[in-house]
Design a protein around this ligand. Structure first.
Ligand code: NAD
Length: 491
């Protein structure tokens, strides 16, 4: 289905204490990657507006944190139903501002809804623990809300990445402050409105627009207790440094350069689509995209299947656009630089025509570079576009050595029919998320999402069961109601 791009400019502002408030610190244009047209205008909050928004969140959280989780979950039930009712409209909007195709827009929201369903299950599974530790003495865990928490999100998943953390925080009893990407702020209106309609009390969802000034104002406010961040490694380090210097907890997910190890015994009918879809999905603009193919020995049958699949994709429908013109220019230049360093272009996305009527969009077709040298830009730098760099390797040891030399550690997959070879990648690859015959090894709920090395700063994961301790405190309670006769060293 083609994406329905808004025909009139959408005005977007800041959601403060349950109302949309025009920001006092100027505006930014929102440009659609599809056609280069202005589709929105977002107003930015002043520091005074940020302060008052967080104060309202802090005040609202006190009652919310004291509400039983089963009651909080009722809002999430309603939220889910509203999102499902609005799913097509939201998917068109997020695709229009981020460059995704319609199916990707929808899939991202569905993944967010899966996190919401996990958050709903917390009322039944996250029951703490209690044990009589000595006669008449009980120890107990109780999970406790933190207060106000903030999350800063990237352009490439305008709904899914915020939905990684919104439902879990609402279930846990926190007030949530969201700073969307300034490139894709429009989707935040749909999400915040859905929460309001679902019955979330005012102040518990705050949306503050803008860039680094807004982020700094949020981090520095004393009421903000935890900062989640998803974006590039460069900014993840800045945000992590600022938050932790203030003694706050921070969990900052960074960029990636993901490898796929392709072995000669892989099934070409699995490897072809699996690897092609991994590097072309979302036009390569996702932190789980395949970027380097470590081709071990004779893998020609699988590589020809990758080329067959990737070259069949139509721009505008099968594959979306790049976020900005500057990003397209960077990718085109990086293809030329790789070529100058000896890479062979076996699929050239620069030659793929823009969809009719969308010539001003930011288009680049799937591109495959063969014989890329390890250590060069195409093999090591996060390009964030539909480019696959093939590095030829003589054996698994060489492939793993190259993979391990990456600064990043988000995902690594292997395509093989050998359990022993797959196990070697599972054990030895430097990555938080591993795939076996899976091109995009995103864990599904309740399994958590998170990389290692320069792909994550902080401990825990951003979703699922390993995120809960980051977004809450665990209170440990020891209770005795009766006088004891025995002489116990603890009580
Ligand atoms: P980005 O780092 O440019 O921006 C992310 C957020 O940080 C935005 O909200 C932006 O407004 C804000 N920001 C930018 N500069 C800032 C500064 N100096 N101080 C404080 N905040 C600042 O990332 P992007 O271009 O929007 O997204 C693409 C990147 O995100 C890629 O590197 C991709 O790999 C990464 N990403 C990572 C994951 C993950 O889970 N590891 C998931 C999605 C995207």
């Amino acid at each position: 289905m083609s994406v329905k791009i808004p025909e009139t400019v959408i005005n977007c502002s800041n959601f403060i204490n349950g109302r949309w408030v025009k920001g006092d610190a100027g505006t930014l244009d929102v440009i659609s990657p599809y056609n280069g047209k202005k589709i929105g205008e977002v107003s930015l909050p002043s520091q005074a507006q940020i302060k008052s928004a967080i104060e309202a969140a802090d005040a609202a959280q006190r009652a919310w944190g004291a509400t039983p989780m089963k009651e909080r979950a009722q809002v999430l039930f309603n939220f889910r139903n509203i999102l499902m009712r609005e799913i097509d409209e939201i998917s068109h909007l997020k695709a229009s501002e981020s460059g995704k195709n319609f199916a990707e827009g929808r899939a991202g929201l569905m993944k967010g809804i899966e996190v919401l369903e996990y958050a709903l299950s917390l009322q039944n599974i996250d029951t703490g623990g209690k044990l009589e530790v000595s006669r008449g003495v009980n120890c107990e865990y109780r999970r406790q809300a933190l207060g106000v928490v903030a999350n800063i999100t990237p352009f490439n998943f305008p709904a899914m990445v915020p939905m990684w953390t919104i439902p879990i925080n609402i279930a846990l009893g926190n007030a949530y402050v969201w700073k969307p990407s300034e490139k894709t702020p429009l989707t935040s209106m749909k999400i915040a409105n859905a929460l309001k309609e679902a019955g979330l009390p005012d102040g518990l969802m705050t949306v503050l627009q803008g860039g680094s000034d807004t982020v700094n104002g949020i981090i520095d406010h004393p009421a903000v207790k935890a900062i989640g961040f998803v974006g590039s490694t460069k900014v993840a380090k800045i945000v992590y440094g600022r938050a932790t210097a203030l003694g706050k907890r921070a969990l900052c997910m960074g960029g990636a350069k993901n490898h796929i190890v392709l072995l000669p015994d892989a099934t070409p009918e699995m490897a072809g689509p699996g690897i092609s879809d991994s590097f072309t999905g979302c036009a390569g603009q996702r932190c789980m995209a395949a970027s380097v193919l470590l081709a071990v020995g004779d893998t020609e049958k699988s590589i020809s299947k990758i080329i067959e699949r990737a070259s069949s994709l139509k721009l505008g429908t099968d594959m979306g656009a790049l976020i900005t013109k500057a990003q397209r220019d960077f990718l085109v230049e990086s293809i030329s630089r790789a070529e100058a360093l000896g890479a062979k272009i076996i699929l050239d996305g620069r030659k793929v025509p823009a969809p009719k009527g969308m010539e001003n969009g930011n288009w680049l077709g799937p591109t495959i570079l063969d014989h890329v040298q390890p250590g060069t830009e195409a093999a090591t730098v996060e390009l964030f576009g539909p480019i696959l760099s093939i590095v030829r390797c003589k054996d698994m040891t060489e492939a793993l050595k190259i993979q391990n030399s990456s600064d990043y550690g988000n995902a690594c997959s292997v395509f093989t029919n050998s359990g022993a070879m797959a196990e070697r990648v599972i054990r030895e690859a430097k990555a938080g998320m591993i795939g076996v015959n899976v091109g995009v090894p995103v864990p599904r709920e309740p399994f958590s999402f998170g990389g290692i090395a320069a792909s994550k700063f902080g401990s825990g994961d951003i979703t699922g069961e390993h995120s809960l301790d980051f977004w809450s405190d665990i209170r440990k309670i020891t209770t005795k109601w009766e006088k004891q006769n025995d002489n116990n060293w603890m009580s």
